[in-house]
Design a protein around this ligand. Structure first.
Ligand SMILES: CCCCCCCC(=O)CC(=O)SCCNC(=O)CCNC(=O)[C@H](O)C(C)(C)COP(=O)(O)OP(=O)(O)OC[C@H]1O[C@@H](n2cnc3c(N)ncnc32)[C@H](O)[C@@H]1OP(=O)(O)O
Ligand SMILES: NC(=O)C1=CN([C@@H]2O[C@H](COP(=O)(O)OP(=O)(O)OC[C@H]3O[C@@H](n4cnc5c(N)ncnc54)[C@H](O)[C@@H]3O)[C@@H](O)[C@H]2O)C=CC1
Length: 719
């Protein structure tokens, strides 16, 4: 899988051939090893050019092989043989040089890149480090601070940046292989020692300790609980302090620990899961590769509140012309100001002009007549949404697709008031919509394949991870979130404090604990939903116990908090105390302690000490348990879909793979046993009752997550 050709008389051209990204599979490594040896031994050959076929240099190690026993030649000696050889080797980098691909290029003596090429060492995102000498060669080339930044973030850089950092020697707009050949011919006979990165010292740096301590503190803050970034800092430190051979030993040691860790497995699972969710299908056989999306050039957004603003920004940044509609002048002005501000700040950061010419603002739905697609983001109120969709049916061209950003209402009911149910889907964004990467595409029973394909592909165009989900209350993400949130407040009733619960969840890896998230999003939002769904308010039978609703345990704590005007950050008080309304720094509030104590006294609930383990298990296993139910109900195509919803929409720690992967990693029998235990203790909490699918999987010997679909008994899958 590496072709060999002799060109221009004295140049050996070695081409990596392993589509689509020329990953370094064992066959490719064997091919490179053999062809490099052939070139070095061929007396006619004076220099070598290494390139990849189909416009891609190399996407790095073959990630699929990580799960298998190692076979074929190892990468490290292969790269070493290139570097140590007595003939100049030039890497011709087109498309990508990532991970092992860039390490291979760093082993070459010269590097020429195409102007559109991208490079990077993204191993950290897979729970690994660049263990083919990347952590040792890059610091010697760029200096320690740059290497630390690139290796700990895994950031891709452009050819221009690579040139500036000295990672490549030349950038060309033309044919990169021709340019590399030209360079190869020009360097024949020049000494190679200064080009062998492993033989160089890292550039001196004052305050080495300070730099590494700051880097370590930064990675620990940025990726709480993740092992790989910490190992990356340690490996680069070895490059700074040890000779190359000992640095390589340290790199290997650290890699060994990471490779066998659950985190690397989780992150690699996420890599493939993220790609798998794009391959959607519907029960009628329509799927990603047989359904054509429409080309969307113009869109309308209705409602310029929290969500509408971010949706407008996302569409405009994808190059789509947008008509933004509000119902009143004041909201329109506020929305216009916010959208313009976000786009201008973003453009300034990137040194480009803000695409403000793509947006127009209006106060009437009539302005949406000619658009290709509309996304509605008005208040979460079924009657209002139905009125808007009925109006849209009348106003818009009969071909216009109509989408709703509802966070949980029945998309089919909304579609039913239109003249075009097949062209209606849910496009459920997450706040802030221009930042969060998740898009749930809600497929109603009458949504056409074309509509689903269009929403999925539009999401991708906006840089989102689009996940197709079924049409049930709360869809996938919010439906599951309910059990997680319920558990967290039940724990407060039983003796925990908001900060104790949050700390346990943040230790687990969540970016923010559940109570901090609540304060951030506004506690009044859920309060309104509970009122409108009849859980609280005048419709509730006053003779019913306060802590029971619809036959199950109910916790009125969030309602009581809202009644006191504690709506979270916006009011300066919620589960925590803030300096002022709109404040961001959460402080524990003694008043909340008293409030919880009084509450427990009033309802005669004994307060007990709750362990961190119980907090995490009850919240996280309840979440996964609902996930099994979502699968059984046919609302998500597979566990990967659920996991990507949580990783990209809810701040789930990626190095734990998502709630379903986490359950598999903990061990399904253990999850089942703990859920059984907690359900025995709390028979009034139905979501702790283990799902039938979980029991079936345990009964079948806990098959790997990739096989779970075979055990789902849904007869009415929506996907
Ligand atoms: C202890 C001993 C020492 C061991 C030494 C370890 C050496 C190391 O240092 C370890 C490594 O190299 S780890 C790998 C580093 N490389 C990466 O992370 C790049 C991963 N790929 C990408 O970012 C995008 O696919 C990319 C940017 C390349 C392309 O993006 P696109 O959006 O254009 O396309 P995708 O849909 O993402 O990809 C197309 C198909 O290619 C598959 N694929 C991509 N990279 C792969 C890779 N590195 N290995 C295996 N498969 C890979 C991808 O799954 C997709 O497949 P299908 O979904 O089936 O089409
Ligand atoms: N806030 C959140 O975190 C999320 C909200 N959603 C959903 O997005 C939708 C909007 O929510 P938010 O943006 O939070 O609400 P919001 O209250 O911030 O904004 C709603 C906007 O719609 C406007 N509006 C109401 N009726 C209208 C009409 N007939 N024509 C034009 N504009 C009208 C209002 O003036 C207001 O500016 C809801 O369905 C909500 O459930 C979805 C995901 C997350």
């Amino acid at each position: 899988m590496a072709q060999y050709a002799r060109t221009k008389g004295s140049i050996a051209l070695i081409t990596l051939t392993n589509p689509p990204v020329n990953a370094l599979s064992s066959a490719v490594r064997k091919g490179i090893t053999e062809t490099v040896s052939r070139a070095l031994n061929d007396t006619q050959v004076k220099a070598v050019v290494l390139c990849g076929e189909n416009g891609q240099f190399c996407g790095g190690a073959d990630i699929k092989e990580f799960a298998k026993p190692m076979s074929g030649p190892a990468l490290v000696p292969m790269i070493h043989a290139i570097e140590a050889g007595e003939k100049p080797v030039v890497a011709a980098i087109e498309g990508i040089a990532l991970g092992g691909g860039l390490e291979l290029a760093l082993g070459c003596h010269y590097r020429v890149a195409h102007a559109k090429a991208r490079m990077g060492l993204p191993e950290v995102t897979l729970g690994l480090l660049p263990a083919a000498g990347g952590t040792q060669r890059l610091p010697r080339l760029t200096g320690i601070p740059t290497a630390l930044e690139l290796i700990t973030t895994g950031r891709h850089i452009t050819a221009q940046e690579a040139l500036k950092l000295g990672i490549v020697d030349k950038v060309t707009d033309g044919n990169v292989v021709d340019a590399a050949m030209e360079m190869a011919l020009s360097v024949i006979g020049r000494p190679l020692s200064p080009r062998r990165l492993s033989t160089l010292s890292t550039p001196p740096l004052a305050n080495l300790d300070g730099v590494f301590e700051a880097a370590m503190a930064q990675v620990k803050r940025r990726s709480r609980g993740a092992m790989a970034p910490v190992a990356c800092v340690k490996a680069v430190r070895a490059a700074a302090e040890l000779p190359y051979s000992q640095g390589m030993k340290r790199e290997l040691e650290l890699m060994g620990t990471l490779m066998s860790s659950g985190q690397a497995k989780a992150l690699q699972y996420c890599f493939f899961a993220q790609r798998a969710v794009g391959k959607w299908s519907l029960p009628n056989g329509a799927q990603w590769n047989n359904s054509r999306p429409r080309d969307i050039r113009t869109a309308g957004v209705i409602g310029l509140g929290t969500m509408g603003r971010g949706i407008v920004v996302s569409l405009v940044k994808a190059g789509i012309s947008v008509v933004a509609v509000e119902m009143e002048e004041k909201q329109l002005d506020l929305g216009r100001k916010e959208v313009t501000g976000i786009l201008e700040r973003d453009a300034k950061r990137r040194g480009v002009t803000a695409p403000l010419h793509l947006i127009s603002f209006a106060l009437s739905l009539q302005s949406l007549r000619g658009v290709d697609l509309v996304i509605e983001a008005v208040f979460e109120d079924m009657e209002l949404k139905k009125r808007v969709f009925a109006d849209l049916s009348r106003v818009c061209n009969q071909n216009t697709m109509l989408c709703t950003n509802t966070s949980g209402l029945d998309v089919d009911q909304i579609a039913s008031v239109t003249d075009r149910p097949p062209l209606v889907v849910g496009m459920h964004f997450f706040a802030p919509a221009h930042v969060m990467k998740l898009l749930e595409v809600v497929c109603g029973p009458r949504s056409s394949a074309e509509a689903v394909a269009t929403a999925m592909s539009l999401g991708k165009r906006m840089g989102k991870v689009s996940v197709a989900v079924g049409n049930c209350p709360g869809f996938v993400g919010n439906r599951m979130l309910k059990s997680y949130m319920d558990e967290s407040v039940f724990l407060l009733e039983e003796g925990a404090s908001p900060e104790q619960v949050d700390q346990a969840l943040e230790e687990f890896g969540f970016a923010l604990g559940i109570f901090k998230v609540g304060d951030l999003s506004g506690l009044d939002v859920g309060w309104r939903v509970r009122k409108s769904s009849g859980l609280i308010g005048p419709d509730v039978n006053p003779t019913f116990p306060s802590r029971v609703r619809q036959g199950r345990r109910y916790c009125p704590l969030p309602d009581l908090l809202c009644e006191q005007g504690r709506w979270g950050q916006k009011t300066g008080r919620g589960w925590y105390l803030y300096d002022s309304a709109g404040g961001r720094v959460a402080r524990p509030d003694p008043e909340i302690q008293r409030f919880l104590q009084d509450y427990r006294l009033r309802y005669g609930i004994p307060s007990r000490r709750i362990s961190e383990q119980e907090v995490v298990e009850r919240c996280v296993f309840a979440l996964a348990n609902e996930g099994f139910q979502v699968l059984e109900d046919g609302m998500a195509a597979g566990p990967e879909d659920i996991d990507m919803v949580y990783v990209f929409g809810y701040g789930w720690p990626r190095h734990r793979g998502g709630p379903m992967f986490h359950a598999a990693q903990v061990g399904l029998p253990r999850v089942l046993q703990r859920l059984e235990f907690y359900y025995r203790e709390n028979p009034d909490i139905p979501h702790l009752q283990p799902s039938a699918l979980l029991r079936r999987l345990v009964g079948a010997g806990s098959p790997p997550i990739q096989q779970w679909k075979q055990y789902i008994r849904s007869t009415h899958s929506q996907l």
